[in-house]
Design a protein around this ligand. Structure first.
Ligand code: GLU
Length: 299
């Protein structure tokens, strides 16, 4: 059975960009008679707020985007991520790293194979791969990347390929603050929740190959992926909760703009949210969505 999900980080209320992700994943699930789950990605203790998770749920409710079953909170599932990390450790796939961000930036620029992917962090140069320098304090854990090309067919963006070792390097599975990394938690959760289809913003397109690497190592099923254009402001910056992008005020008007952004203009004026969603379900086809990685948010 089709199972989709919306996985916001509760660091602020929904804004236009996150509404687009919620709406598209809901429409794709409901148009397939599937389930739609909500998962709060609240592992970042410094930035996540329970009050924001509640605010997001109230917004989804007001937008008519109903979900199935109880909402899951990653903070309540740490034992699952621990077991996955233990399995990777038993198989010799991970190692301790003592590098600070500064050290990585310094040595990465001298690392001959390092490539700087536009807008992305530098690839980890592999400093601790064969052991940390003596006396160093272990800070974080990294997954040993291998030099295979990871390829997948995105339902909107087409074929995506990444050489994880060269473009990203050995990546974090346990962060320096002791928290499990997003990449690890997301694959554990998507698999355990039986998610068949991930529909989310294209800002995560470059993360997907890392997630596929982890799925393969942990023997987890690989869902299908659809990466939506990310809504950007006039300067080309992603709208984000941190930059205090305007929270959604009027649900019906916001839905209508989000539908336009997803390639479905012409939603009936003055319709209620349930009428708009009914109309959108009849129109829904991912091929109407512009196959780009970012697009300006309506003003
Ligand atoms: N929690 C992530 C975010 O808010 C989304 C993760 C995902 O959809 O895989 O950007």
């Amino acid at each position: 059975m089709y199972t989709g999900r919306f996985a916001p980080s509760p660091t602020g209320p929904l804004h236009f960009g996150s509404l687009v992700a919620a709406l598209a994943s809901w429409l794709d699930a409901r148009a397939s008679q599937g389930k739609w789950l909500v998962r709060m990605e609240d592992l970042d203790r410094a930035r996540s707020r329970l009050s924001m998770a509640d605010a997001i749920l109230r917004q989804l409710d007001a937008l008519g985007l109903g979900w199935d079953g109880p909402v899951t909170y990653q903070s309540a599932r740490l034992d699952r991520y621990r077991s996955a990390l233990d399995a990777l450790e038993r198989d010799g796939r991970v190692y301790w790293c003592c590098c600070s961000r500064r050290e990585i930036a310094d040595s990465a620029t001298r690392f001959p194979g390092a490539v700087r992917v536009e807008g992305a962090a530098l690839a980890y140069p592999g400093t601790c791969r064969n052991g940390m320098r003596s006396g160093a304090r272990p800070r974080a854990m990294r997954l040993r990347a291998t030099s295979e090309l990871v390829r997948f067919a995105d339902r909107l963006q087409g074929t995506i390929e990444q050489d994880v070792e060269r473009e990203v390097g050995d990546f974090l599975v346990l962060r320096a603050d002791g928290m499990f990394a997003y990449q690890l938690a997301v694959v554990v959760d998507d698999a355990e929740q039986g998610v068949t289809d991930v529909v989310r913003g294209a800002d995560l397109l470059d993360s997907t190959p890392r997630q596929i690497v982890l799925q393969r190592l942990l023997g987890l099923a690989q869902p299908r992926y659809l990466h939506l254009p990310v809504a950007v402001d006039r300067t080309g910056a992603k709208l984000s909760k941190q930059t205090a992008a305007e929270a959604i005020a009027a649900p019906a008007a916001s839905l209508r703009s989000a539908l336009g952004f997803l390639g479905m203009p012409g939603a009936p004026a003055a319709a209620r949210v349930d009428e708009l969603l009914g109309w959108a379900l009849e129109q829904w086809h991912p091929r109407n969505i512009p196959a780009v990685r970012s697009a300006p948010a309506p003003v």
